[in-house]
Design a protein. Sequence first.
Length: 259
Amino acid sequence: MQYKVEDLATACGVKVDTIRFYQGKGLISPPSRQGRNAVYGPTHLARIRQIRALLVEGFSLAQIQKVDPPDSTAGASTRLKTESSSVALLQALAQERGVGRFRRAELAERAGVPQELVDAAQAAGLLEPTEQDGEEFFSSVDLEMLGSGLSVLGAGLPLTEFLELAAQHDHNIRDVSEKGIDLFDDHVRKVAANGDDPEVVAQAFQQVLPQLTKLVALHFQRTLVNRAMKRLRAKGEGPALERALAAVEATHLEGEWRK
């Protein structure tokens, strides 16, 4: 079946401008041409419906761009397995994004900060809203990130330098995350999609994510503490540092003994 852009918009329940916006963003493939007319097909219909469903789940357009469109040439059995696996994984991903849908003004009000600080935190990569129909929404994770950032600033760190460091960290962590997603996609999702249980991928993700989070947090903490200790020793503050470490270890051991 073939559609003019107006007919496709009606079938998908969206505006014509929305279809052109998705096409401009590379989310859907260009239409074919019949004379001077642009013609869309069933794959465009399926892709737009997929995009709308993922937006409802809370995914951004940038994330949706990385999700493969439905393949109309695949066999019914293969397509069903792949779609079931993807749905289970997407549901698990949506759970990790956090609950709540806050507009920018509401997020600022809940966090007790001016909207300008929300804008600055988003620019630095600390906040990452999802987008639906051109409007941005934040989640409880973004609210928690704002709270943590305010606590760090409360210790006396200057805002400008802190946001610059956050932006640098965001750039680095995105690069590592993309490579990690490729590893999971190649060695877990694609392999499990060929099996009989579509829940295997979601279960693997739910098992791996907290361990990866712990690895990243512990690695950062260990690196920061070790580098700080190295600087203090270089400044001749080794004896005082050793006494402080001994006190911390004694407190930790006492706490373990009382458990």
